[in-house]
Ligand binder design. Structure first.
Ligand code: NAD
Ligand code: TYD
Length: 344
């Protein structure tokens, strides 16, 4: 068995990756180290824990990646071959209100993992970075050698981790690869992000708070394509390199909003233009030529994938209803109440 560490596997992308990787690699055993913040849900992987094909190859460990008293003994015991670092504070809006936790987890936590990996002769450390480290681009697409100019505390802390991971390659010769993916969509995404927030609000006939003029552009990547890209980079990427993972599906937020309403047969009157996000990046765009030249490409057709995703939230109310009725309510009120009041 090949022992693999996944951090943040109780979250959106990490959880989808655990499911993907256990099915793809029958010889992988995955340890999921997760702190279970507001965004982490152990139940996301209950199917994996119950399936006889995967149950014995999956273990959940509750813990903080920034806590060396948890991370160090885990590395010593498990002798991991690969580590995939998904664990992070991930929501731009929360980072604007309170950046401290982002620096602690995204930067310091990555440092703790890198140290443990270095001491334990880890074969490959995959740092899950983001296209947001490049900052905003009005025209054209970023390539991996472009300067990174992150513009909010989330993307800046991810950029810190991205370059810190690289420094363990350039300084200590550790095998590190860094991936920078575009905006993911798919099942199990916490309903603070655009797609699940707007889908679940529409299902409840609540307003969809669209920031600014709604013309900000994101490139949408199905989470399964992100998982296949990460698996590919782990197998075929070169140590010390950065790889963009994009979907090639650039859409304005207003277009995504329209698609959601149309699919759910809800009226456009639910759209509420609200005060913009501070420092709101206008457009993200990455070139995926580097990874494509090695043989990877995204497979999911966007129009099919987004409708499947919308339907998933429609058919899995038992997943998001308890989230939205809990402490989330306070978050939602503080983030949107003033904006929505001003807009009406
Ligand atoms: P998420 O917020 O859904 O999940 C984050 C997970 O990390 C949660 O399970 C949480 O409990 C865990 N976590 C947070 N702090 C931790 C800590 N200190 N120790 C251990 N676990 C901790 O995030 P996501 O959207 O799945 O993103 C996963 C990774 O992918 C992040 O590194 C993010 O920067 C990156 N990424 C995300 C996107 C996107 O569109 N969502 C795009 C590109 C890259
Ligand atoms: P988000 O899902 O937070 O991802 P990111 O900011 O990391 O790209 O937001 C995606 C886009 O949707 C971004 O341009 C901000 C916009 N947005 C809204 O218009 N309203 C909202 O309530 C949210 C959460 C996002």
């Amino acid at each position: 068995m090949i022992n693999v560490l996944v951090t943040g596997g109780a979250g959106f992308i990490g959880g989808n990756f655990v499911r993907y990787a256990l099915k793809k690699h029958p010889d992988w055993r995955i340890v999921n180290l997760d702190k279970l913040t507001y965004a982490g849900r152990k139940e996301n992987l209950s199917d994996i824990e119950q399936d006889p094909d995967t149950a014995s190859r999956y273990q959940f460990v509750l813990g903080d990646i920034a806590d060396a008293s948890v991370v160090d003994p885990l590395f010593d015991e498990e002798k991991f071959t690969y580590a995939f670092n998904f664990a992070a504070e991930t929501h731009v809006d929360r980072s604007i209100g309170d950046p401290g936790g982002f620096i602690q987890t995204d930067v310091y936590g990555t440092y703790v993992l890198l140290e443990a990996g270095k001491r334990n002769d880890l074969k490959r450390f995959v740092q899950i970075s983001t296209d947001e480290v490049y900052g905003s681009i009005d025209e054209g697409s970023f390539t991996e050698t472009d300067l990174i100019t992150p513009r909010n505390p989330y993307s800046a802390s991810k950029a810190g981790a991205d370059r810190l991971a690289y420094s363990y390659f350039s300084t200590y010769g550790m095998d590190v690869v860094v991936t920078r993916a575009s905006n993911n969509y798919g099942p199990y995404q916490y309903p603070e992000k655009l797609v699940p927030l707007f889908v679940t609000n529409a299902l409840e006939d609540l307003p969809l708070p669209l920031y600014g003029d709604g013309k900000n552009i994101r490139d949408w990547l199905h989470v399964d394509d992100h998982c296949s890209g990460l698996d590919f980079v782990c197998a075929k990427g070169k140590a010390g390199e950065v790889y963009n993972i994009g979907g090639g599906n650039e859409r304005m937020n207003i277009e995504i909003t329209g698609l959601i309403l149309k699919t759910l047969n809800k009226p456009d009157t639910l759209i509420k233009p609200v005060e913009d996000r501070l420092g709101h990046d206008r457009r993200y765009s990455v070139s995926t030529e580097k990874l494509q030249s090695l043989g990877w490409k995204s497979e999911k057709d966007f129009e099919t994938g987004i409708v499947e995703t919308i339907k998933w939230y429609e058919n899995n109310r038992e997943w998001w209803e308890p989230i939205k009725s809990g402490e989330y309510k306070e978050y939602y009120e503080s983030m949107y109440r003033d904006r929505l009041d001003k807009a009406s």
